[in-house]
Design a protein around this ligand. Sequence first.
Ligand code: NCD
Length: 364
Amino acid sequence: MTPDLISIRDLSNAAIENLFELAAEFAATPKRRLSLATDAVLTTLFYEPSTRTRMSFEAAMLRLGGQVISMADPGASSAAKGETLADTVRIVESYADIIALRHPREGAAKVAADFADVPVINGGDGAREHPTQTLLDLYTIFQEKGRLAGVTVALCGDLKHGRTVHSLAQGLARFGARVVCIAPPGLELPAGLQAMLATQHGLECIHADSLESLLLAECDVLYVTRIQKERFADPLEFDRVRSSYMVSRDTLTRAREDAIVLHPLPRVDELDFSLDGDPRAAYFRQAAYGVPVRMALIAALLGLKKVDDLHPAADTVTPAPDFHCDNPRCITNAERGIPAATASFSDGALRCAYCEAVQEEVVV
Ligand code: NCD
């Protein structure tokens, strides 16, 4: 079995710390081409738009000395003819040694990992998770603030659909950070995730009604996110919330001198351009860290650098031929040929093994 990165849960804290040490080593010699991965090919399979994630994966592999083949436009691939993801990865694994995947369907990364015999990295699966963004977010906080434990991070924006915050909240909880949530009504962090943070990591999220009422002076990090327009079934619903918050120079007058503002980018309406000249605006530095962090991850997953403990305790997955996932955004509801399976975590709830949605009506 090859190591994969599907969820941030696939990495123990020790493995994350190891990756950060490795990333710092790589960052010390930026823009140098190493001879570490000279025999390896990375493929980026991107079924959704991307600038930073795909290009930093590709830059990372090239900097390691490896080669890259890319599918950046599903419209120009056999996906447009109806090929399933499972079939595509079974083909691509014979062309490449490692796959970075982005897909609009929840659970897609797990499907790819199950069907491919090479490591699969989740570059974002629908609204579910984005674990490599979390690695670089945590790395940025660590670099800028010198620690993760005890740091107060305000997560602001579309916390319901934002896959970056779904992974990041777990990472922050595991390293002992405090989390404050600010979301427009209806776009709060999913209740199941909040319950998991509380029961598994003892993190009770604090909630602020608005940016204006947020006690910014108590925050070390303001992590702003875009409203995820593409996840809204109803465009009117998107229009209702689209301009609900904007971080500007004015907002920062209430923030500490040593606070930082992060954003996974792209920004649309939520982060004013006037902020860019402020040294606390750390989002471009954050994006740049994507290269050394992804270099470390690729090197580790290919076994070119030793990172202990890449796989902590696995969740329990059980084949369940008659199971049907009730999450309409799950890949199992869009593509055939995926063996139905359920998963159970320590909270005991029954979930789909792919999208991990808790099942409302259990029909097994
Ligand atoms: C994020 C994503 O794709 O989830 N972008 C990224 O990977 N840097 C955030 C977003 O699109 O809003």
